[in-house]
Design a protein around this ligand. Structure first.
Ligand code: SF4
Ligand code: SF4
Ligand code: SF4
Length: 257
């Protein structure tokens, strides 16, 4: 059987997604069955041919990122966004909700020559075939995806809320302890990683398809949480991921009422 030609690339990211792949022994074993042509952390990128699959991490933060994505897309059959940055915008997307001038002045002494580009998920620039969000991404999910590539099975994303896995594990609900947990509106698949370690869910796997945000907001209002607390949490790791859900449900208005 011909090995699938695979590449791993990053736009503006922290390399954490790529490291997650590298530090997994099972990935090293599975990569023997892949024709791995490009992976910035382990080999020079001299390959100029086409790919069957490309994994991309990071947020789109510059014109160079956009050019790189378009070039990869032209040469690739299936593009896979790995991590919350590539799939949802991730942590760098915080800039979308802040004063651009103030943000630039925090980092650079002179800003008159700078062009401010708003960070966005890669799907806002190229067609994405599969998304594996989480920060950092889930090793097991990446391996399962690669097994699907190798066996010709279609990859099926997980489609239950984080609460489903959390309850199954018998965890005590953090909302009952007065902590704002996004589990009810977040797509699971991480085995309720954060609540199982007594930390609230920040929604890094993005919104649940059928999330009932209205019911969740009513619950939060009853518990005394504010609009700002909800928005800050939804935007911390998911970036722009909850944007559509917020828009559809007019979260700002409901929380103000
Ligand atoms: S998703 Fe997390 S680990 Fe991956 S590039 Fe973004 S910040 Fe880094
Ligand atoms: S702790 Fe969070 S994820 Fe777990 S059941 Fe409560 S709201 Fe859901
Ligand atoms: S519990 Fe929430 S924040 Fe933690 S890994 Fe899962 S989806 Fe991400």
């Amino acid at each position: 059987m011909k090995k699938p030609v695979v590449g791993v690339f990053g736009v503006s990211g922290c390399a954490g997604c790529m490291l997650t792949m590298l530090y997994e022994d099972a990935f090293k074993q599975l990569s023997n069955f892949l024709d791995l042509r490009s992976f910035p952390l382990i080999k020079e990128d001299k390959y100029t041919g086409d790919f069957d699959y490309v994994f991309i991490e990071g947020t789109v933060c510059s014109d160079e990122d956009i050019m790189k994505l378009n070039e990869i897309r032209k040469r690739t059959k299936k593009v896979v966004a790995i991590g919350s940055c590539a799939a949802l915008g991730g942590v760098p997307s915080a800039k979308n909700f802040l004063d651009q001038e103030k943000v630039m002045k925090l980092v650079y002494p002179k800003t008159n020559q700078l062009k401010s580009t708003l960070p966005q998920p890669i799907s806002m620039h190229i067609k994405v075939d599969y998304s594996l969000p989480q920060c950092p991404p889930d090793k097991k999910e990446i391996l399962e995806f690669i097994q699907c590539i190798l066996t010709g099975r279609e990859f099926k994303p997980y489609e239950n809320p984080v609460c489903f896995e959390c309850r199954k594990k018998g965890n005590k609900c953090l909302l009952d302890e007065g902590k704002l947990c996004l589990g009810p509106i977040t797509n699971g698949g991480c085995n309720a990683l954060c609540p199982s370690n007594k930390t609230t869910c920040y929604g890094c796997r993005g919104p649940l398809k059928e999330a009932n945000l209205k019911a969740f907001i009513n619950l939060l209002k009853e518990k005394g949480f504010t609009k700002k607390e909800l928005h800050d949490k939804m935007r911390t790791f998911a970036g722009l991921g909850f944007g559509e859900l917020e828009e559809e449900n007019k979260t700002s208005r409901w929380l103000e009422n």
